[in-house]
Design a protein around this ligand. Structure first.
Ligand SMILES: Nc1ncnc2c1ncn2[C@@H]1O[C@H](COP(=O)(O)OP(=O)(O)OP(=O)(O)O)[C@@H](O)[C@H]1O
Length: 491
């Protein structure tokens, strides 16, 4: 087997001996001294494909994250050993580039790096971690250049898109639905972004018929909330345990495609997406302050994979993204929450649900609401469990709801959600409680006159519903994409 060192951009592949697993650490000796890494830092161990074994060689790939070091936050290292305790490390061994990462005649592989996601680390993770790893694994395991390699692939094993605007991922998604030739090929989209990138893919096309072979999304969690990623990996999380990025990289190289459950939220005529854009890029409809303009776009439906809300949650997302609050950075969420809880506005609406298997709507018996949230996922953030019964990639919608119980009790509910989702069991002595139900469909008819209280939130996108208008949420049969999930969760 050829030397891995010459096949990779990694600066150093370090030869080590006497590899062992001791007390949760991987230990070895190097030049007579003993060294170790935390086992949670192992990404995978490359081993020769069984049929090609001529001499034993294992490449142990590890990632240490040091967020405090702004110059070198992602430290990838590769150690070469001729012997490892294979039984103890079995789960990490990779013997081939998985089919979903092979770019060739029957499969396209795209990498999308979302430059504005989260704190903007996607480019760095791509350049310092994923690209060198990919190159290492492809070279080491005898993968050669794609026969279709062209300028876009740079002779490597994928096509790379680095986002330049909010439209980049949406345009990419549109192209998936428009080309007949592409439609019959399978496709993997390695997406370095938060939830927004997934939302862009889900809503990139107005067309209702997806390609015959559903494209596969492989997601690395590089946004702020990363609700979809945390919810799909939740059962693997330990404290301390591997970081989300380590989990994401393990899933990319060892995961299994699974259906991505998708809902559709449909709106009455007159509903509009509301955004605030930099004036320089906007087709202004009404001016807000000096720097931003409010943009409105008619919308009949949106697809999503995370959450649809009306009430406190939607208002919090909307109002913290207005120009007045954006200037306050991350602090704005707390500030807006405080303001909203002070008012504890009762949202006038009729909410009805269709229970699983039923064709009849059943009203939630109250005229005013504080919180109406329909979700496909368990977590909106790693530690914020909004629906504890939701399991990864389960095709089940759940509704969490409560009435205008006042600011203090609303705060109590939110804090309990940070305690493993215990909010869903809350009942107060006056008979108020948090409702939590599995549903097939949710209908919200909004009866507010003031537009401030007519905002709904669909995976972060704000839609204003006209007074007396409604929104319905139900599963989108057949889905639009597959997603790569940890194989251990699908066993
Ligand atoms: N260069 C860019 N200019 C403008 N918008 C961009 C650019 N690159 C990416 N975007 C958009 O920014 C959004 C980033 O959202 P994303 O969800 O990935 O990050 P986030 O909001 O920090 O995380 P989360 O939604 O998980 O909390 C996406 O919709 C993406 O299309």
């Amino acid at each position: 087997m050829s030397s891995a060192q010459s096949l990779t951009h990694l600066s150093e592949v370090v030869p080590v001996d006497d590899v062992a697993v001791i007390d949760g650490n991987l230990t070895w000796t190097r030049a007579g001294s003993s060294e170790k890494v935390d086992r949670d830092e192992i990404l995978f161990i490359l081993a020769a494909p069984i049929i090609e074994v001529t001499d034993d060689e294992f490449l142990i790939c590890c990632l240490k994250e040091a967020s405090e070091d702004e110059h070198n936050p992602y430290r990838l290292s590769v150690f070469r050993a001729t012997k490892i305790p294979a039984d103890a490390l079995q789960q990490h061994i990779v013997r081939e580039l998985p089919p979903h990462l092979r770019h060739g005649p029957s499969n396209d592989v795209d990498v999308i790096v979302s430059t504005k996601s989260g704190v903007g680390s996607a480019v760095r993770v791509w350049e310092d971690v994923l690209r060198p790893l990919w190159q290492l694994i492809a070279s080491h395991l005898g993968e050669h250049r794609s026969p279709q390699a062209d300028n876009q692939t740079n002779g490597l094993y994928y096509r790379l898109t680095v986002t330049e605007s909010a439209e980049t991922i949406r345009s990419f998604a549109k192209s998936l639905w428009t080309s007949d030739v592409q439609a019959s090929r399978s496709r993997t989209i390695v997406l370095l972004s938060g939830d927004g990138g997934v939302v862009d893919l889900l809503n990139g096309s107005d067309k209702d018929s997806p390609p015959a072979t559903l494209p596969l999304i492989a997601l690395l969690p590089l946004g702020t909330g990363n609700a979809l990623f945390h919810s799909t990996h939740k059962p693997l999380y330990l404290n301390p345990g591997p970081t989300p990025l380590v989990h994401g990289l393990r899933t990319i190289f060892q995961g299994t495609p699974s259906g991505l459950p998708v809902f559709r939220a449909s709106f009455s005529p007159g509903s509009r997406i509301v955004t605030f854009a930099d004036k320089a890029n906007a087709s202004t409809q009404s001016n807000v302050g000096d720097q931003f303009s409010r943009e409105e776009t008619s919308v009949s439906h949106l697809n999503g994979a995370i959450v649809v809300s009306y009430g406190f949650h939607a208002s919090l997302v909307y109002e913290s993204d207005t120009p007045e609050y954006r200037v306050h950075g991350q602090k704005r969420f707390g500030m807006v929450a405080q303001e909203l809880l002070k008012d504890a506005h009762p949202y006038n609406a009729q909410v009805a649900i269709r229970r699983p298997g039923s064709s009849k709507f059943e009203s939630i018996p109250r005229d005013a609401h504080a919180y109406v949230l329909t979700t496909l996922v368990s977590n909106l953030e790693r530690a914020f469990t909004i629906s504890p019964a939701s399991k990864p990639l389960q095709e089940k919608l759940r509704l969490v709801h409560f009435g205008p119980i006042g600011g203090d009790r609303t705060m109590e509910v939110m804090m309990k959600a940070y305690d493993e989702g215990k909010h869903v069991d809350i009942k107060w002595e006056d008979g108020e409680r948090v409702g939590y139900e599995e549903v097939d469909e949710v209908q919200v008819v909004i009866l507010e006159d003031d537009e401030r209280w007519r905002k709904v939130c669909i995976d972060g996108t704000i839609v204003e519903i006209p007074s007396g208008g409604q929104m319905n949420v139900k599963m989108l049969e057949g889905g639009l994409f597959k997603v790569l999930a940890s194989s251990t969760l699908l066993e």
